[in-house]
Design a protein around this ligand. Sequence first.
Ligand SMILES: [Zn+2]
Length: 68
Amino acid sequence: MKLYYVNKNPQIRGEHEVHSSDCIYLPTLENRQYLGYFNNCAEAVKEARKFYANVDGCFYCCPQCHTK
Ligand SMILES: [Zn+2]
């Protein structure tokens, strides 16, 4: 299991990115919403959708969930 966060501030195209806690692009403390521990990024993305409609996985730490 990994710990996941979602960006509070959206990307240029409007999506909020999901990151695992070990990502080198993990957002700053003020800019990340805690999601919790999940088995995979798909579960983390599902959780993030409770907060934001437009969610995508990070290209670097969640490539299986990166769609945009
Ligand atoms: Zn990431």
